[in-house]
Ligand binder design. Structure first.
Ligand SMILES: [Zn+2]
Length: 347
């Protein structure tokens, strides 16, 4: 099976358009037409992971964190990023990252996995994405024909995986002309790409379209999650459970408050930016990672911040991706890494 097919599936769960602007999710190294021999799943695609992939006969690495965030100008192996990319290319190993796009989905996302581990109910996205727009465009019969020809010839690019659903969402005829109206909600930064693609696919015709900012917000897309336990429990009981459920040797937290714990906000990785949302939503505790000393003061007697460590908070993402891939595909082997790539050690 071609890697392309696996990518399409992963992006049907976590479309690339959901990633944050600083991110670099997607296929980072390799050809999407590569035939998959085996898949290795990890959080960080390090040099050791590439070695493990070679040993386990995997030519595709699916990582949560992108190994490359900014432009690489030289490939001399002077740091771990250059060395990892060089090793991957040398040994024909593809690296695909599914990062903040996976953080930002309601189902099968990084934070929903934490919520599942903590047995939280009534889950909601903590900070739904705001920058969604409704795109409406109209195609005349010639354009529809040209578009269908172009896409059956060249396919729809991975970056526009949403377009499938978009084309299914025909909502009727424009009042004054024999044009078909299409409508979809998508991320703001995706609009120009979609319009450009439509123009090109219809032979550089001008596309009649309009956009409206959607006030709601897509409640199923965004960062962090909030949910609740069946009944309130003592903080000490919750802390004990947190350690067990997230397999922690310890964690840092702010002062324990007098009330019991029932509502819990979670965010995998560096979630400190969501603290105001967690407080506003009435969370008793916010489970996340990457807190700095002064930021702990922001709990301010209103909430308990529990910093469980970046790797620890995201470790079950590996199991999540493995479950999704093995459930869908049986024609190649997919493995969870045996390595712990956490760069942080505790003494
Ligand atoms: Zn992370």
């Amino acid at each position: 099976m071609k890697l392309n097919k696996l990518i399409k599936y992963l992006e049907s769960i976590a479309p690339l358009s959901y990633q944050e602007s600083y991110d670099n999710a997607g296929l980072i190294v390799g050809d999407p037409n590569t035939s998959i021999k085996g898949v290795l799943i990890c959080l960080d695609s390090t040099e050791d992971i590439i070695k493990e992939a070679r040993k386990r006969k995997c030519n595709v690495v699916i990582a949560h964190h992108p190994i490359v965030f900014k432009g690489l100008k030289k490939f001399n192996g002077k740091n771990y990023v250059e060395r990892t990319v060089m090793q991957a290319i040398k040994h024909d190993i593809c690296i695909y990252a599914i990062h903040t796009n996976l953080d930002n989905v309601y189902h099968n996302g990084v934070s929903s996995k934490i919520a599942e581990k903590l047995k939280l109910k009534n889950l909601q996205i903590l900070a739904p994405k705001q920058n969604m727009v409704k795109l409406q465009f109209y195609l005349n019969p010639n354009q529809i024909h040209a578009f269908q020809n172009a896409t059956s010839r060249e396919g729809i690019p991975d970056s526009l995986s949403n377009l499938h659903s978009l084309l299914a969402a025909r909502t009727g005829l424009k009042e004054d002309a024999a044009e078909m109206k299409y409508e979809t909600t998508l991320a703001k930064n995706e609009v120009s790409q979609v319009v450009h693609f439509l123009q090109k696919a219809t032979g550089n015709t001008s596309i009649d379209y309009q956009t409206n900012t959607v006030a709601n917000i897509n409640a199923k897309v965004g960062s962090g999650m909030i949910g609740s336990l069946n009944k309130p429990i003592l903080t000490s009981t919750f802390f004990k459970r947190l350690k067990e459920d997230m397999n922690l040797s310890g964690f840092r937290h702010t002062a324990i408050l007098s009330k019991k714990i029932q509502k819990i906000a979670v965010c995998g990785g560096a979630g400190g930016f969501l603290l105001p949302e967690a407080i506003r939503a009435g969370a008793d505790v916010f489970v996340t990672a990457d807190y700095k000393y002064h930021e702990f003061f922001d709990a301010d007697g209103q909430i308990i911040i529990a910093d469980i460590g970046h790797y620890e908070s995201e470790q079950y993402t590996i199991e999540l991706l493995h479950g999704l891939i093995t459930k869908k595909f049986s024609n190649f082997a997919s493995h969870c890494t045996k390595l712990n790539t956490n760069p942080v050690f505790y003494y």
